[in-house]
Ligand binder design. Structure first.
Ligand code: BTN
Length: 327
């Protein structure tokens, strides 16, 4: 019922809709409407009651409404069931907690409007104020751990390509799976796998995209490194629509990867990668390796040519761009 109220409010926007109208169209009492509205407000939806006019949903493009996701999915097995909450610590963490108690099928979507302890790669945090997309997909690929690194590159291609197509923003990739625009980070992917080395049990694929954030929404220390789609495009995006298109592209690329491996993605990865054949420094956590990024190996590791002409393979680390120029 709450989703139906939200849909009505969103359809009415920018107008208000009275409690009586809502009650009549949904076949419930006005008291029931009021109770639902109060509970929606508690979950973080910005609903205001305007004197003599009724209820109005402020910033409707920011309101994640699960039914508007589920009913627009091309394949009902990907993106459902949906676990949604207004706020959680981290959707990856929530996914793990859910998986402790129940079986979640491949394609399960776990999503929040904001995270209080969003987690990034290499133990970093992920700023997750309202206005972004923060979601986790449960995957059950028949892969070994090595191929899971390639999966993380495939997801980066899927996100960058999808966001480019649906927002017009020139998204690119920084190895392994950072989504960049104009030299700043707009999205990231955190894959957490469980299982044996040669057979994964499941993969928790967490994706964060800075969609409708303004510069002030980012913590000061990352403000110069981060950007949002809205900042680049000059207008905001409907979170439900953007998520549906992203899910569809992730689904297609994920199943293509399971069928055909990384080969269909090699060229696109190269095209989207911002440091291909460029000088980089990679902090592996143990050392800083400088050189020219030459290629990827079969496992998706970076192949870097160092000053002595040797090729070093790097499987994990943080790439720093030495001379970045957006073409
Ligand atoms: C990175 O680039 O460091 C990865 C960032 C991943 C952020 C997403 S947001 C949804 C999911 N939940 C988390 O706590 N992290 C991922």
């Amino acid at each position: 019922m709450k989703d139906r109220i939200l849909v009505k409010l969103k359809e009415a926007y920018p107008d208000c809709i009275s409690g009586a109208q809502l009650a009549e169209s949904l076949g419930i009492s006005r008291v029931a409407v009021w109770k639902h509205i109060e509970s929606l407000k508690e979950s973080g939806y910005e609903i205001v009651a305007k004197k003599g006019r009724g209820y109005c949903l402020e910033h409707p493009e920011q309101a994640i409404i699960p039914v508007l996701i589920s009913e627009n999915l091309a394949d009902p097995h990907w993106g459902t069931p949906i676990f949604y909450t207004g706020q959680t610590q981290s959707t990856n963490l929530w996914a793990r907690q859910l998986l402790e108690d129940q079986h979640l099928p491949e394609g399960t979507l776990i999503i929040a409007s904001q995270q209080t302890g969003g987690r990034g790669r290499l133990g970093r945090t992920w700023a997750s104020p309202r206005g972004g997309l923060y979601f986790t997909l449960i995957l059950r690929p028949a892969l070994n751990l090595k191929n899971a690194s390639l999966l993380s590159l495939v997801m980066a291609v899927a996100c960058a390509r999808s966001l480019r197509q649906h927002t017009g923003c020139a998204c690119r990739i920084k190895w392994p799976n950072d989504i960049f625009i104009q030299g700043r980070k707009v999205g990231g992917i955190l894959l957490e796998a469980r299982g044996e080395m040669d057979r994964l049990d499941y993969v928790i694929a967490g994706i964060g995209i800075n969609v409708n954030l303004s510069s002030q929404d980012f913590p000061e220390e990352v403000r110069h490194l981060a950007v949002s789609l809205a900042m680049v495009a000059g207008h905001s995006f409907d979170l439900n629509q953007l998520l549906v298109s992203l899910l569809e592209d992730l689904r297609q690329d994920y199943y293509l990867f399971l069928q055909k491996g990384f080969q269909p993605f090699r060229e696109v990865y190269q095209e989207y990668c911002i440091h291909w054949q460029q000088p980089i420094a990679v902090n592996t956590g143990k050392e800083l390796i400088q050189g020219i990024h030459r290629d990827l190996d079969v496992n998706g590791s970076l192949l870097v040519e160092t000053a002595d002409g040797e090729i070093t393979s790097i499987s994990t680390g943080d790439v720093q761009l030495i001379s970045y120029q957006e073409e």
